[in-house]
Write a protein that binds this ligand. Structure first.
Ligand code: HSE
Length: 441
């Protein structure tokens, strides 16, 4: 019987959940015939507090005292790297510092496998990390980095390898989905819904990356690599958040039988891949329209399978820990072979403005005769086919008119040109910048 020894760096929410699952199963659980998982060491800056918080034995934690100094943390990290009996290191520290990247590369350089939940680091440096894994014949597990407990990475790498995935659409950030769900279902404003998410513990004290789409963008960037072989960098495709969405917008969506969701979207066309993260209208009947609260969902369309939808918990201690432990088990069984190679596919990312989709456009205009005519004439002049035109959505005693159209498939570029043409011909027509929101189809 070989013990497959694991060390965990960082015992916060996810590291703690991982440790608890490993402890609960290590006595009786065999990863594979002849292999037994063993949680050998945990390193955390605050070992006393982490041990108490997660109910883990203090002796599992490296270092003495309530708080480890920077020197002690470095020495204990080195001790783990130098310990030949440790087979795999879990990184659940988070962040994208150069120091942490160096540690992750050093784990692989020391001949140990690496499992990480760090989507921001993988978004920034997956090329270097995967190259170090290849050089050292070790594996990197990152199931937990994309949608927590949901087996989307293994679903793509192992279960859908017989398919050609043509599109990915998903709700990949639970915090923003919780906020949008409450705006839709309860008619709350963005600020009220955000406060509720923070009170429930979904949103971080600093929820910037959840709200501005950054966290979802990191996940889509990782999926672009494993689905399409695209080496994207943050900023290579447009990422918008949910902070500009109002109760009026969610109300309008309801009127056309849809809900607004923060959607990660990538679609392969002949010449390349369109990718974006942004609020989209999702019509009732599309499974993503029913994904409420902090739940995540990833819908993959395949040329052969036609498609699969993965739904589950994208965050949480035991939830995300379960994905990390699955990676550990997989790597204990298969070693380097647990990891796929990700050759660059040579497919370019395309300018999202050229992607044909149906759109909703929400206009805030002067409330004067002929204004809808001016706007819809400009839309028609761009050969955009209008599907529906709403009534004035604004309360009677409030100045201005809030109204919206939906279109048949057209491009964002066409709509922007129409809007620019109205601005030139009738500079006072718009009281605010029109909101151009794709409709997922
Ligand atoms: N903060 C993320 C979410 C989970 O709200 O879904 C970690 O990426």
């Amino acid at each position: 019987m070989k013990n497959f020894k694991v060390a965990i760096l960082g015992c916060g929410t996810v590291g703690g959940g991982t440790a608890k699952i490993l402890r609960s199963r290590e006595a009786g659980y065999f990863a594979a015939p002849g292999i037994k998982l063993e949680l050998a060491r945990i390193l955390d800056k605050f070992p006393d507090a982490a041990s108490a918080r997660h109910g883990l034995p203090r002796e599992l934690f490296a270092g003495a005292g309530a708080e480890l100094s920077a020197e002690a943390l470095e020495a204990e990290t080195r001790a783990i790297l130098d310990d030949p009996s440790i087979d795999l290191v879990v990184e659940t520290i988070g962040g994208t510092s150069e120091g942490l990247l160096a540690t992750m590369l050093a784990v692989l350089g020391a001949g140990k496998h690496l499992v990480t939940a760090n989507k921001a680091m993988l978004a920034a440096h997956n090329g270097r990390i995967f190259a170090a894994a290849a050089e050292n014949s070790r594996a990197v597990g990152f199931e937990a980095a994309v949608c927590g407990a949901i087996p989307v990475i293994k679903g793509i790498n192992e279960c859908m390898t017989g398919d050609e995935i043509t599109s990915v659409s998903g709700i990949m950030n639970g915090t923003s989905n919780y906020i949008l769900s409450n705006m839709t279902r309860k008619g709350l404003s963005f600020a009220e819904a955000l406060k509720g998410a923070q009170a429930k513990g979904y949103a971080e004290a600093d929820p910037t990356l959840d709200i501005n789409g950054g966290d979802a963008g990191h996940k889509l960037l990782i999926l672009l690599k494993i689905v399409f072989g695209i080496e994207a960098k943050v900023g290579d495709f447009p990422v918008l958040g949910i902070d500009a969405i109002t109760a009026d917008d969610t109300g309008f969506a309801r009127e056309v039988g849809a809900v607004i969701k923060l959607i990660c979207h990538a679609r392969r066309e002949n010449e390349g891949v369109y990718a974006t993260v942004r609020p989209m209208l999702v019509r009732e009947g599309n499974v993503l329209s029913d994904i409420d609260g902090a739940t995540n969902a990833v819908s993959l369309t395949g040329a052969n399978s036609r498609g699969n939808v993965f739904i589950g918990q994208g965050a949480g201690s035991l939830e995300t820990g379960s994905a990390i432990v699955s990676d550990i088990v997989f790597i204990a069984r298969y070693g380097r072979d647990a990891m796929r190679e990700y050759p660059a596919g040579g497919i370019p990312l395309l300018d999202f403005d050229g992607h044909e989709m149906p759109y909703a456009v929400i206009f805030d205009t002067e409330d004067v005769p002929g204004v809808t005519g001016i706007v819809t004439t400009a839309i028609g002049a761009e050969a955009i086919n209008i599907d529906t035109v709403s009534h004035n959505l604004r309360a009677e005693d409030t100045p201005g008119a809030l109204w919206a159209i939906t279109t048949k498939p057209c491009t964002m570029a066409q709509i922007k040109r129409a809007v620019d043409s109205v601005k030139r011909s009738t500079p006072r027509a718009f009281l605010a910048e029109p909101k151009i929101i794709p409709i997922l189809h």
